[in-house]
Design a protein around this ligand. Structure first.
Ligand SMILES: Nc1ncnc2c1ncn2[C@@H]1O[C@H](COP(=O)(O)OP(=O)(O)O)[C@@H](O)[C@H]1O
Ligand SMILES: O=P(O)(O)OC[C@H]1O[C@](O)(COP(=O)(O)O)[C@@H](O)[C@@H]1O
Ligand SMILES: [Mg+2]
Length: 550
């Protein structure tokens, strides 16, 4: 990638900061406020964006040398490690990057890239200098313990690190809870258990108390495992660390059962959750199929994003209707849910309905006392769509003259996230942990790690916190689901027209037929979807009235 050129308008943070004279430091590497050079203050938190030939853009992550220009480096001890030294080209080339968009059109710009994850020739920490800590925040997710285990074992076995601290109880654990010392021996079996051995929490993010605790304990690598809220918290911790001029690498490892973190291909634990959801769907199918006009309703997790419900439905093939937050639905009248249920019961004698917990919140709010409550992290507390929907269906069919139904409601929500990771999530969690610690050892900081088109990359925090990953209902995947269940799309012609006109007018032919099963030509949207995910998602949210908070 020697061809990268930096046009004058483009700011390369590292090179401009390296010309700043080394500031004076106090005890544990902090630069005192009065000694901090002006250039440093001005350039903190700037995005590192490098432009190259043919529309190539690198959205780079910060490096310790951005604000500690004289930080020494050392040869990577991995080159003497018998397990790794035999690997041809074990170290990643300094300039390797990963493309965010891999489907490209002839003549289109190369687009956004991220720094490739992996071990570097040079490290910015000596083994006995490292004092790492690990914290888990937010909801549970299968694989949390595997990530903890592999950070501990990776740091110890690859880099000879011996000081690793577990922060208990999420962010507030930095200042209000105990810590535990983690060793390869103490974490040896934890990947076989669900949950997190460090325990977790929502709320309690007090940036200055957290950074004080990091500074006081002499911690210089912080591994933060959590979802979108956690990554926002990690980002402000990083900013404060940078402001104080501390030699501390801050690394986020994305965790979300909902798969709602932007940019990365998929979050760990998601496959396990989808697999576990099959058990509930199977039970619902057996129950529904064993009685006359049986209806099985299964509620799955997914606060703002319906990925679990969508993938569990696609995997199962026993589901007749899947409802997600991104796709509004209605109950009564032509094309409504009740009409579809009646039709399906008449055809098959039974049906299975999967509903993501965030679906239909506006409908419930209309018929119940509206609740605008939030949890400790500021996430919207949801009304129980599973119970509400079950009751609505029962009420509808209990009317005189309607068919008699037999409805069973299954709520396995916490069961799908409390289990240990399956085999593939275990391997994936291992790779995430390794990518994270290689990045920290190489001096990178202020990043989230994750696979982008199958290659692990270091992604600046802002890219994973400024937008959420949603099911795009004009993509082929949702069309696949609609065609597999043959359920109504519940969208009016006006809804579809506005979605299509706003973000892809030039690609999409006009709608000719009324919408019932699936979105006509919805496949064509996916071809152009790479550029449009953020726009599409927000648009879909507008249509569904879903909140985009948090
Ligand atoms: N905007 C934010 N700024 C700082 N910290 C945040 C922010 N949003 C959430 N957090 C903190 O991140 C942690 C986890 O957030 P939460 O939303 O509960 O889970 P998740 O990280 O899984 O989305 C909580 O301790 C919360 O206080
Ligand atoms: O009851 P809790 O623990 O707050 O968790 C419920 C929420 O956690 C999730 O499983 C995941 O949310 P996070 O990614 O924010 O942790 C949501 O699907 C669900 O709404
Ligand atoms: Mg979240």
């Amino acid at each position: 990638m020697g061809s990268i050129s930096n046009p004058p308008s483009i700011f390369d943070l590292r090179s401009s900061l390296s010309s700043v004279s080394a500031p004076a430091k106090n005890g544990n590497g902090a630069i005192s406020r009065s000694d901090r050079p002006m250039a440093l203050d001005l350039k903190l938190n700037q995005r590192k964006i490098v432009h190259g030939d043919a529309g190539y853009v690198l959205e780079d992550v910060p490096h310790l040398t951005d604000y500690i220009p004289d930080a020494p480096n050392y040869p990577n001890p991995l080159q003497d490690n018998p397990a790794y030294s035999v690997v041809k080209q074990y170290f990643v080339n300094t300039d390797d990057t990963v493309a965010q968009k891999i489907v490209v059109h002839k003549g289109s710009p190369r687009g956004t890239h991220f720094r490739r994850a992996g071990p570097r020739q040079k490290v910015y920490f000596e083994s006995d200098e490292v004092h790492a800590c690990i914290v888990t925040c937010g909801g549970l997710c299968p694989g949390l313990n595997t990530v903890i285990r592999e950070i501990v074992c990776g740091l110890a076995h690859m880099y000879g690190v011996t000081k690793i601290l577990g922060i208990e109880g999420g962010y507030r654990g930095f200042y209000a809870r105990n810590t535990i010392s983690l060793t390869p021996k103490s974490v040896n079996d934890i990947h076989k258990r669900g949950g997190t051995i460090l325990s977790t929490s929502r709320g309690g993010h007090d940036t200055s108390k957290i950074v004080d605790s990091i500074q006081d304990r002499g911690i210089n690598q912080v591994y933060i495992i959590g979802g979108d809220g956690t990554q926002k918290g990690a980002s402000v911790i990083f900013e404060e660390i940078q402001r104080r001029g501390l030699k501390v690498a801050v690394v986020g490892i994305p965790k979300t059962i909902d798969n709602d973190i932007a940019v990365i291909d998929k979050s760990f634990g998601f496959d396990t959750a989808v697999e576990e959801a099959q058990r509930a769907i199977n039970a619902a199918h057996v129950e529904a199929g064993s009685v006359e006009n049986g209806i099985g309703v299964v509620k799955l997790m997914g606060r703002y994003s319906g990925f679990i419900a969508m993938y569990a439905t696609l995997a199962s093939r026993d589901v007749d209707c899947c409802l997600i937050p991104e796709s509004p639905f209605y109950l009564e009248g032509k094309g409504g849910l009740f009409e579809f249920i009646e039709k399906r019961l008449k055809e098959n004698g039974h049906m299975v309905l999967v509903v993501a917990e965030g679906a239909g919140q506006e409908l419930i709010a209309e018929s119940m006392r509206s609740m605008n409550h939030e949890d400790a992290s500021g996430n919207k507390l949801l009304l129980d769509v599973g119970l509400w929907l079950s009751q609505k269906i029962k009420d509808h069919f209990s009317c005189k003259g309607k068919m008699t139904i037999n409805l069973k409601y299954i709520d396995p929500t916490y069961m799908i996230r409390a289990v240990p990771a399956n085999a593939s999530d275990n391997v994936y969690s291992t790779l995430l942990a390794h990518s994270a610690l290689h990045g920290a050892m190489a001096g990178y900081t202020g990043f989230t790690v994750g696979p982008v088109n199958g290659r692990h990359a270091y992604i600046p925090f802002y890219r994973v916190t400024e937008a959420r990953n949603n099911v795009v209902i004009t993509d082929r995947m949702w069309a696949r689901l609609l065609s597999s269940t043959n359920q109504p799309s519940f969208l009016t012609l006006k809804d579809i027209e506005s979605v299509r006109n706003v973000y892809s007018p030039k690609y999409l032919p006009p709608i000719k037929e009324p919408i019932y099963n699936g979105l006509p030509n919805s496949g064509s949207a996916e071809e152009h979807h790479d550029d449009q995910v953020a726009d599409e998602s927000s648009l879909v949210n507008q249509i569904s009235g879903a909140t985009t908070k948090h």
